[in-house]
Design a protein around this ligand. Structure first.
Ligand code: DX5
Ligand code: ZN
Length: 223
């Protein structure tokens, strides 16, 4: 399957957000990546379920909701009701991750688990039956426009090995610092989904840039 593109609207122009989502949709995006930040798990604050519910009416793209909030168990149901199809929370943000993954699936969403740069891939080892997506953070979460941490490539390879070893089928998503310069090597390391924020929305034409990523990745022989 081709590597999927998940534009992160954290870097979009919020005055024109529906229009920009339509542009990336027309040019090869698969998901809309929605970063929810609470000012506690990460220093920044973004939006809650109402914004997601309103955007849900404007596009057919899959809503990939990345919760950077403490105690995500208190909110997953509301994000599901708002239209999130993939709900990813941080392993570091909750005590009972396995229970929460089960719960996310039980309310009809795909369950994603994310790890920050300091968390080893081995921490996912006992959960491989319970999640549909592993989100490897390649920057410290909280802000768009940061530099890709090179060690993340090794973590992507380790996640792919973990998937093979455990006969699991989850997707591997990578988030942070992805650009036209490094996207192919990230795909080659084993990523199935690339989250791309500033490298798409901080350009004059987000549709055209999405198309450039699409062509670049379609040209890349990966796994
Ligand atoms: C960062 C967010 C990312 C962010 C990525 O905490 O999780 O989704 O939007 O932005 P770029 O692609 O600019 O690093
Ligand atoms: Zn994100």
């Amino acid at each position: 399957m081709a590597v999927r593109i998940a534009p992160s609207v954290l870097s979009a122009d919020f005055g024109r957000i529906a229009e920009q989502i339509a542009q990336v949709e027309r040019n090869g995006a698969s998901y809309v990546h929605l970063d929810v930040m609470d000012g506690r798990f990460v220093p920044n604050i973004t939006w809650g379920p109402k914004v997601i519910a309103d955007l849900r009416k404007r596009t057919k793209l899959v809503f990939d909701c990345h919760l950077m909030i403490v105690e995500p168990e208190r909110y997953v149901e509301r994000f599901r009701e708002a239209g999130a199809e993939i709900i990813t929370f941080h392993l570091e943000a909750t005590t009972h991750a396995q229970r929460l993954l089960e719960y996310v699936r039980s309310i009809g969403a795909k369950a994603g688990i994310s790890i920050c740069p300091q968390t080893p891939v081995a921490m996912l080892e006992d959960l491989t039956d319970d999640f549909d997506l592993a989100l490897i953070m390649s920057v410290n979460p909280g802000f768009g426009g940061q530099r890709f941490i090179p060690h993340s490539l090794q973590k992507i390879r380790e996640t792919r090995e973990l998937r093979e070893r455990s006969n699991a089928t989850f997707d591997i998503e990578v988030d942070g610092g992805i650009s036209l310069e490094n996207a192919r090597s990230i795909a080659a390391a084993g990523a199935d989904v690339l989250v791309i924020g500033s490298a798409i929305f901080d350009t004059p034409d987000c549709g055209r840039t999405t198309k450039q990523f699409r062509e670049l990745l379609d040209g890349a022989a990966t796994h």
